[in-house]
Design a protein around this ligand. Structure first.
Ligand SMILES: [Zn+2]
Length: 237
């Protein structure tokens, strides 16, 4: 299908989505809906109970400013897997709003000004027709905070799928996989705070790599905020 055709199809999808009876973004039930944080997030009571944000600081080895907004469990798992594949769906907006609300809290608590927002760069596998959830989340956060959004990083090499790897293998796999986007090397303000956005983070291997790159560019204050944190699954064999 042509690119234009696909785009038209997607627009139709979101139109149909908006005409349907309101149902829970997470489990799809048309049960009584509760509203979480803002009116755009339609979640049933059951899911809302499990979607209570659990803001937490999850430091990495040599990097303490790493935050996660939710545990990657319960209804959030299905919500995220649908949001990753479907731009402009209710799942996408639900996830985006949940992230913006929680991340705004963290930024306000920290009291930082002069913010630059960026995201962990996408792999070819994950960005189809330019759609990439962390990029949408980063843009939404920057418009909420009135901060600058820049694509500071790009991917330098393709890596194998992380899900089947252990913590050490993940780090080796991701070693030097990001590089600063060439056009972003001018006008670096070392006093600005860079916020790196990601959707799900497990061991933090890709965030570490992103932080390392942003430091190399000359930024001194860096925060990483991911929507959810997943426990490292023991490998099935
Ligand atoms: Zn539900």
């Amino acid at each position: 299908m042509s690119r234009l055709g696909l785009r038209r199809l997607r627009r139709m999808q979101s139109l149909i989505d908006s005409l349907l009876l309101p149902c829970c973004c997470a489990c799809g039930q048309c049960a009584p809906l509760a509203v979480v944080d803002c009116a755009a997030v339609r979640v049933c009571r059951e899911c809302a109970l499990e979607l209570i944000p659990a803001l937490q600081q999850v430091p990495l080895l040599d990097f303490s400013e790493r935050y996660a907004c939710y545990d990657y469990a319960g209804p959030l798992v299905s919500l995220l897997s649908m949001a990753k594949d479907q731009p402009n769906s209710s799942q996408h907006y639900a996830v985006q709003d949940m992230f913006v609300a929680a991340a705004t809290n963290i930024v306000k608590q920290k009291g930082v000004s002069e913010i630059i927002i960026t995201q962990v760069p996408s792999s070819l596998r994950r960005s189809i027709n330019g759609w990439y959830l962390p990029l949408a989340m980063a843009r939404a956060l920057s418009s909420k905070l009135g901060a600058k959004h820049l694509n500071l990083l790009r991917r330098r090499k393709q890596v194998v799928k992380q899900a089947s790897l252990g913590a050490v293998e993940r780090r080796i796999n991701l070693h030097q996989c990001f590089t600063p986007a060439r056009c972003q090397f001018t006008n670096i303000d070392p006093n600005a705070t860079v916020i790196i956005v990601d959707d799900v983070s497990t061991t933090g291997a890709s965030l570490r790599e992103a932080v390392r790159c942003v430091k190399l560019m000359g930024y001194r204050q860096i925060m990483a905020i991911s929507l959810a944190i997943a426990p490292l699954r023991s490998r099935e064999c």
